[in-house]
Design a protein around this ligand. Structure first.
Ligand code: ATP
Ligand code: MG
Length: 365
């Protein structure tokens, strides 16, 4: 039997007891443990979930810890003084411990408005999802099987409703349910598949990869602010070079940087070398714990289109500095329609670029 999203509804819970998995409380942040224990003591179900469980099973130290519970956001708020309820599209509780924020999400279900929930689907796309449900329903709403594992603080077991343990063992990124339906519901899942495959060194399961060619265009309608957030995760989280190669292999890079992708289709090897070098430098800085700025990397990613356009205009007889200024303006205008790079970064990008022709002239002299 399938529900409205083409997700099989047959239950197949597997419980992996503590002695059969490597997750230790030593590797879970103190803040996350406090949230889990407090919820549990108050009589609520409390699980670590998502990327943290996946990463701990792979013996990678997680970046952040997400908690899932049967308590509503308001019930969570009542338990913690340092808590605020956020979000409209996905209402959540944030419990704040100094610099660390633990995201606490209530199990999401499959019901509709008539059941008192708040879910809104437009053209097959999920624009609001605040229908509370069971843990199993919550698991099936997630994107990949490896992201739908729950670590139970009451007995330290891991619960697997969708076959996530198999994908962790087989190093495979695999969507839950029918891939086409799940990508139509949220096209960003295509980028997430590529990003997680790059970060974890996993393969993308053929059935989860196959729709990229036909559904990639859906990324053109995703909010540019969301694509900016996803671009940061792709290129400024330590695995930028691998993400770039994975996106290109998947045919998805052109949806984030269309002008750059057009240049990369040409014969000149230099733009690619520059981009790969910029990404490698950024990855190395992150590995060394140094700071990185999106402005520098985006300036590198978009340099070839800026340069190409400026050269065309100079060849057409435009004044050199005017040609550069208008090329910068045009490339940025087009790019920010796709990926909403905030003004504070585009300002620095302009400065970096406009230094280049002067620098080149100085070298020639
Ligand atoms: P990382 O934090 O390493 O980048 P992650 O898997 O933790 O990867 P998050 O964006 O932190 O990614 O999301 C946390 C969890 O929320 C995911 O593991 C997944 O279960 C769920 N999730 C995130 N984005 C989506 C989505 N677009 N569709 C369905 N589920 C999602
Ligand atoms: Mg995460």
């Amino acid at each position: 039997m399938n529900d409205d999203l083409g997700i099989p509804t047959t239950s197949s819970l597997r419980v992996i007891p503590r002695e059969q998995h490597p997750i230790s409380r030593r590797n879970i942040s103190k803040a996350a443990l406090r949230v889990l224990y407090r919820l549990n003591e108050a009589g609520y179900a409390a699980f670590l979930v998502g990327g943290a469980v996946r990463d701990l099973l792979l013996e990678i130290q997680p970046k952040d810890f997400d908690v899932a519970t049967d308590a509503t956001p308001e019930e969570v708020k009542a338990l913690f003084r340092n808590c605020r309820v956020i979000g409209r599209r996905f209402r959540l509780a944030h419990v704040v411990f100094g610099p660390e924020i633990i995201e606490v999400a209530t199990f999401r279900g499959t019901g509709d408005e008539e059941q008192g929930g708040d879910r809104h689907i437009v053209d097959g796309r999920l624009v609001r999802d605040n229908v509370w449900g069971s843990i199993e329903e919550d698991a099936r709403r997630r994107d990949f099987r490896m992201n739908a594992l729950y670590y139970d603080i009451s007995d330290f077991s891991v619960r697997d409703y969708v076959g996530g343990m198999q994908d962790i063992a087989e190093h495979e990124v695999r969507l839950i349910g029918d891939p086409e339906t799940r990508y139509r519901e949220d096209p960003v899942r295509m980028l997430r598949a590529a990003r997680l495959a790059a970060k974890l060194g996993f393969q993308i399961d053929p059935a989860s990869r196959q729709p990229f060619a036909s559904l990639g265009d859906l990324l053109e309608d995703v909010a540019p602010a969301r694509l900016f957030d996803e671009s940061l995760k792709l290129f400024l989280a330590g695995d930028g070079l691998k993400s770039f190669h994975q996106l290109e292999g998947c045919g998805l890079f052109r949806y984030l940087f269309p002008a750059t992708a057009r240049v990369l289709e040409g014969d000149d090897p230099v733009p690619r070398q520059m981009i790969e070098q910029g990404l490698a430098n950024t990855d190395a800085r992150i590995a060394d714990g140094k700071s990185v700025t999106p402005a520098f990397l985006f300036a590198v990613l978009l340099w070839a289109p800026v340069q190409g356009l400026a050269e065309v205009r100079i060849a057409q007889g435009q004044d050199v500095s005017e040609a550069w200024a208008s090329a910068v303006a045009q490339v940025l205008a087009e790019q920010t329609q796709r990926v909403a790079i905030p003004r504070r970064f585009t300002y620095t990008m302009e400065e970096i670029w406009l230094m280049q022709p002067r620098f080149e002239q100085m070298q020639r002299r």
